[in-house]
Design a protein around this ligand. Structure first.
Ligand code: ATP
Ligand code: MG
Length: 609
């Protein structure tokens, strides 16, 4: 038995190259290039950590030319949409001499799970990125959590109140909803809108001190109740919520709203380009309004960050909502977040996706300013294209039936085994060869034999000749059946002097070549075949219950036989099973002596059509 020569596919994942090949431009690259050319952010200073205007003013000129951030909420596992955002943000930072922060957006006092925090960190690093950056001041770890900024957010809220830009509103939720108006009607002022800053400050402090019920009042920005942008009609910025926060405990019973918190997080971290998905476009005026006010008050450094929106990833046959993915997990529709059918990063990884494949996918889909759907095959194509040049080849028989070479003993000698070999990779002779043995009995695919062949069938049927790949030409002579008429064994005779690679071996012409595994050195393996998790391209479109669109055939488990080189496969190793597709040794269940392979993606052209 030989193991495949080490190959790049199965070496430890290496990070993205420093020297990137020329990348196609996009609107975000153009914005960054223009800002760099014009020195938009050239005057920024960096205090070595997030902070207010004074903190950064005391620092040095920012060694990072741009700062971006990836700000997940730690409330689930990241999915392929987040992978796009990670590749985008960290990729732009890398390409333009900047840094990208990983920021846990944990301002919502929900139960955070360290499981989620850790999985997010793993996902970013596995994709080839990191938050540990070098700076002239030394090492800088740009890993942050937004709840660290609660004190500053509170201070910013008090500042807005004092400057006459915010007020405490005691209307009911329903009153507020009605007075907000709609697209056709301007809103009307709250009766609480004309309170003095002193009154508002006193009230807000009472909110903070726990003197009022949850939901009894909110702090609102005082902007314009008649604004055509409803988000500027005095949005709520702080609410009362008696909730235990996993980091700040019970210190606060008021929490900032996301739309208030997010711009502040960006500003404290000196983010230059704050990228978000298109849903936030209508929030941009408030983002700017808020940071303009805080700059006026000298609370945050100028120039403040700017928000740019790009289209989120929508992928056919795939859900990209953490909440809906969580439902699949908790309802046991899949085996867990890392089920190989899940579009989570852990699921894709277990399926056999590589960081390179996801980076290539992100590059190919690019970034645009309008929503669209990406075909699932684009994701699969990126995987195939990255695995094809590097994955070692192997033969596997997924649905085995025994083929007996009835003249073997006479032609080759009783009990004799003949050595065969094949390249580890057809385009990389330097990777060496794999070897296996052929004997009197071999396993072949059940579908490679037809007693009565349909038109155009070139594989085994009585009287037809095919080549056993890397082996000999054989001629089918018949089959045996059980009482029910099911084929239990196929018989053939070996044609002497036709072994691949020997002189004159191609004298006998055949139309079909089939893959096989010798009974003598076959390795038993579990093979898990996957199909798309949903039968509908848009499983949750129009409020449809996506559970009803689950594909009942998305997982098929087979007891297969594989060539002996695969006995040395280690968890996560990727292979091309010739004729079948790309397979990965399962990260969780694969073990020496008990191999388990996942179908990562099929070959482009299906065999034997
Ligand atoms: P979900 O609705 O699945 O929870 P989310 O947007 O609320 O997604 P966050 O943790 O808030 O998840 O997202 C972190 C970052 O990932 C955000 O900057 C967001 O823009 C980005 N992101 C999330 N989903 C996608 C997607 N489908 N395509 C591109 N970027 C995405
Ligand atoms: Mg979110």
């Amino acid at each position: 038995m030989t193991s495949p020569a080490p190959s790049k596919a199965n070496a430890a994942a290496s990070g993205p190259a420093d020297k990137e090949a020329h990348k196609p431009s996009n609107f975000l690259r153009q914005i960054i290039e223009k800002d760099l050319a014009e020195g938009t952010y050239g005057s920024r200073r960096w205090g070595g950590s997030p902070g207010d205007a004074a903190h950064h003013a005391a620092g040095q000129p920012d060694p990072a030319r741009v700062r971006l951030r990836f700000p997940p909420e730690p409330n689930g596992y990241l999915h392929v949409g987040h992978a796009k955002s990670i590749c985008l943000n960290f990729g732009l930072a890398r390409d333009y001499g900047g840094v990208c922060h990983l920021r846990f957006d944990d301002t919502n006092p929900e139960k955070e799970d360290t499981e989620y925090v850790n999985s997010i960190k793993d996902a970013v690093q596995w994709l080839g990125f990191g938050w540990d950056n070098k700076s002239p001041a030394g090492h800088e770890s740009n890993l942050y959590q937004a709840s660290d900024y609660f004190d500053f957010m509170y201070r910013a809220a008090e500042y807005l109140i004092e400057a006459g830009h915010a007020y405490v509103d005691e209307q009911t939720v329903e009153q507020m909803r009605i007075s907000r108006g709609d697209f056709a009607h301007p809103g009307t002022d709250s009766p609480f809108r004309s309170r003095t800053p002193e009154q508002n400050l006193a009230r807000f402090r009472e909110m903070r001190d726990g003197l009022h019920e949850d939901g009894s009042m909110v702090l609102r920005a005082k902007i314009d109740m008649a604004s055509p942008n409803i988000n500027l009609r005095d949005p709520a910025i702080y609410r009362i919520r008696r909730a235990h926060h996993h980091h700040t405990g019970d210190k606060w019973c008021i929490y900032p709203m996301y739309t208030f918190a997010h711009p502040i997080e960006d500003a404290l971290e000196q983010i230059t380009h704050s990228l978000c998905t298109l849903e936030f476009e209508d929030q941009r005026p408030f983002y700017d309004w808020l940071l303009d006010r805080l700059c006026e008050g000298g609370l945050v450094a100028t120039p403040h960050p700017h928000q740019y929106e790009f289209a989120r990833l929508n992928l056919t046959y795939v859900l990209t909502s953490k909440r809906k993915l969580a439902q699949l997990v908790y309802d046991h529709k899949v085996s867990g977040w890392d089920d190989p059918r899940m579009p989570t990063i852990v699921g894709l990884r277990r399926r056999g996706y590589t960081p390179e494949a996801l980076q290539l996918f992100a590059e190919r889909i690019g970034v645009t300013k309008s929503d669209s759907w990406i075909d699932y095959s684009t994701l699969e194509g990126a995987l195939r294209d990255t695995l094809d040049p590097i994955a070692p080849r192997a033969m596997a028989v997924l649905d085995p039936i025994k083929l007996v070479l009835t003249n073997w003993d006479a032609v080759m000698g009783a009990g004799k085994l003949d050595d065969c070999s094949a390249p580890v990779h057809p385009h990389h002779p330097e990777l060496g060869k794999r070897s296996f043995k052929i004997g009197k009995e071999v396993w072949i695919e059940r579908t490679d034999f037809e007693e009565t062949p349909p038109k155009g069938f070139f594989r085994l049927f009585p009287g037809n000749k095919v080549r056993l790949k890397y082996g000999h030409v054989i001629e089918c002579t018949g089959c045996s059946k059980d009482a029910n008429g099911n084929v239990t064994e196929v018989q053939a005779t070996l044609i002497p002097d036709t072994k691949s690679g020997t002189p004159g071996s191609d004298a006998v012409k055949v139309k079909g070549v089939i893959t096989w595994v010798g009974v003598n050195d076959a390795v038993q393996a579990e093979v898990r075949l996957y199909e798309r998790l949903f039968v509908e391209a848009h499983p949750d479109a129009g409020g449809k219950d996506f559970i009803e669109n689950l594909n009942p055939n998305s997982l098929k488990v087979l007891q297969a036989v594989v060539e002996p080189s695969l006995a040395a496969a280690k968890a996560d190793d990727k292979f091309q099973f010739e004729r079948h597709g790309y397979f990965a040794a399962d990260r969780v269940d694969h073990a020496a002596g008990r191999p388990v392979f996942n179908l990562a993606v099929g070959l482009k052209d299906s065999w034997g059509k």
